[in-house]
Design a protein around this ligand. Structure first.
Ligand SMILES: [Zn+2]
Length: 380
């Protein structure tokens, strides 16, 4: 007969064996490799970060460390009978193609609401619970940052797939929307740090081919995630019509995108005789935009970054004659038309920017990107 101690060791050994099976090699919720925690009520192996989220839903999930905590035989048997692959079949049986499935690099809100959607709200078992983001129409109030005073005000938003647009209204009874954001060009990305709210969402769209930003949040995590997935659903259905025959795997990466990089650099003007000014830069795919303030509604300017085949290069220094910069680590972007000069505060920041510029330049241009480039060339 086992003593208590050796039974505990045996349980631990069995758990380690379970972790070696392919389905349990990654966190059931965020896919981080090597999970060392488990929910012994749901039967899934999860990473430490997701275990913290599970801990906040004790009515659904109870968690233990595979390494540190004592385990009962019955709990180990439950883990063996379920595991990540079986749980996925159950809890993710009807995840819509457009629905954003977070990874371990995503913000806390995306990961928490994914976990709650799966296990607490059973959204992917009961398809009618997906109505808030899959109906093709959504309206409600969001807190929107005012362009001029920076104050967040409650604004009515309507997303309509039929109209191909999302709009918002300045007064609750206003007939004319303050802005009409076409689904064709809309993007949404969570920016909690920049917006200063854990549920802060940045929505961008193109107006006359220039980028416009709005910053919103909702005090309920579920609500802002539903808006985010409603935007993704609308984009998905728009792209299915625009690119008939394209597979879901081709369309899904185009629904929303995160920025390649953001941060401060100094820049000078086209004559390169003006002093350098500190600006906030956002690299959104091939568009390098700069702002006076990170939360500005409009970019002060945008630079298109093409590919090396089309005459774009990036150099980790400034031309010798350059003057007027304060930060010492220079970057020159050469386009077919002109040179753009930037200065970074540290060598480390300079290296990060060079790496992202280089990856964009190394990627051949797509047919539709030539049209965007042509637009930039004809700007005054
Ligand atoms: Zn995880």
């Amino acid at each position: 007969m086992f003593s208590m101690d050796s039974e505990e060791n045996e349980n631990r050994r069995l758990l380690r064996e379970l972790l070696k099976t392919p389905g349990n090699a990654c966190c059931a919720d965020c896919s981080a490799p090597g999970p060392e925690w488990a929910s012994f009520t749901l039967g899934v192996f999860i990473c430490q970060s997701c275990s913290g989220i599970h801990r906040n839903i004790p009515q659904i999930s109870r968690v233990k460390s595979v390494i540190l905590d004592p385990w009962e035989k019955s709990e180990v048997e439950l883990m063996a009978s379920i595991g990540n692959s079986t749980a996925k079949v159950k809890y993710q049986q009807m995840v819509p193609a457009f629905y954003y499935i977070p990874t371990h690099t995503d913000c806390q809100l995306l990961r928490e609401q994914w976990i709650r959607a799966k296990y607490e709200r059973n959204e992917f078992i009961n398809v009618e619970r997906q109505e808030p983001y899959s109906a093709g129409y959504r309206e409600g109030f969001l807190w929107k940052r005012g362009r001029d005073n920076g104050q967040f005000m409650s604004r009515k938003f309507i997303l309509s797939e039929r109209e191909g647009a999302m709009k918002y209204f300045n007064k609750h009874d206003a007939r004319e929307p303050k802005a009409l954001m076409k689904i064709q060009t809309i993007n949404a990305t969570f920016q909690p740090a920049k917006i200063g709210h854990p549920y802060g969402l940045q929505i961008t769209y193109l107006k006359d081919n220039s980028t416009r930003n709005i910053f919103v949040y909702h005090e309920e995590g579920k609500e802002i995630i539903d808006w985010f997935n409603a935007i993704r659903a609308a984009r998905f259905h728009y792209l299915q019509v625009a690119f008939p025959g394209a597979s879901d795997t081709e369309l899904v990466p185009k629904l929303t995108r995160n920025y390649f990089k953001e941060g401060y650099m100094e820049k000078t003007g086209p004559k390169q005789t003006e002093g350098f000014k500190k600006r906030w830069f956002t690299l959104d795919d091939r568009r390098l935009m700069y702002f006076k303030d990170p939360l500005d509604a409009y970019a002060r300017g945008e630079v298109f970054i093409g590919s090396k085949e089309n005459g774009y290069t990036v150099v980790p220094c400034l031309p010798q004659s350059t003057q007027g910069y304060h930060w010492q680590s220079g970057i020159t972007i050469v386009t077919p038309d002109r040179k753009f000069l930037f200065a970074c505060e540290t060598e480390e920041v300079q290296k990060e920017w060079i790496a992202v510029f280089q990856s964009v330049i190394n990627r051949p241009m797509l047919p539709q990107e030539y049209a965007v480039e042509a637009h930039f060339k004809h700007k005054p």
